[in-house]
Design a protein around this ligand. Sequence first.
Ligand SMILES: Nc1nc2c(ncn2[C@@H]2O[C@H](COP(=O)(O)OP(=O)(O)OP(=O)(O)O)[C@@H](O)[C@H]2O)c(=O)[nH]1
Length: 179
Amino acid sequence: RFIGEYASNTNSLYHKRLSIDGRQLNLEVFDPCSQGSEARCILEEPVDWADGFVVVYNISDRTSFINAKNILRQIRETRMENCKGSMDVPVCLVGNKQDLCHARQVREDEGRGLAQENRCNFQEVSAAESYQDIANLFTQLIRQVMEHLKYRADRRRYSGSKSMAKLINNVFGKRRKSV
Ligand SMILES: Nc1nc2c(ncn2[C@@H]2O[C@H](COP(=O)(O)OP(=O)(O)OP(=O)(O)O)[C@@H](O)[C@H]2O)c(=O)[nH]1
């Protein structure tokens, strides 16, 4: 549901239970209060705990696009510190307020280009006009998040079994020597 007017100058955490592909999920959406003046917007804290990100700008406000660019850089830097070359945490860049395209300040191809540079998904939407597009966008991101978490768990299992194989080799090696 689109709420036209509301106070939104604090960090907000939203909870939702939902079912995707037969799996029951508890979704937590943290909407951080971004800080900074003009085109120097950054998040208050690094968001290294998040499983996925939705970065939103307003297509009729170039400053918000520059802010989104800064936030994407911040996410990328946090990802590089934490992921160490593993598959990226999913990010979706969203150009909102498509209904205001008569006052457009950011071209669609600029948004798409920024998304490509940051290896993330991209979509233009109008939260005011289409609830369904936003719902689909979240569903798509959550599917990617689940894939990403599975990938990380498989990697951990694989490196765990490699260490086990090493351990077994060492033990046998020692035994052979002592026989
Ligand atoms: N025309 C139009 N207005 C929108 C749309 N989405 C949000 N708005 C309006 O834009 C204003 C800002 O929306 P917010 O959701 O507070 O945006 P925000 O980026 O979280 O703003 P901050 O809380 O300042 O960070 C509100 O008045 C919304 O009603 C849209 O798709 N079209």
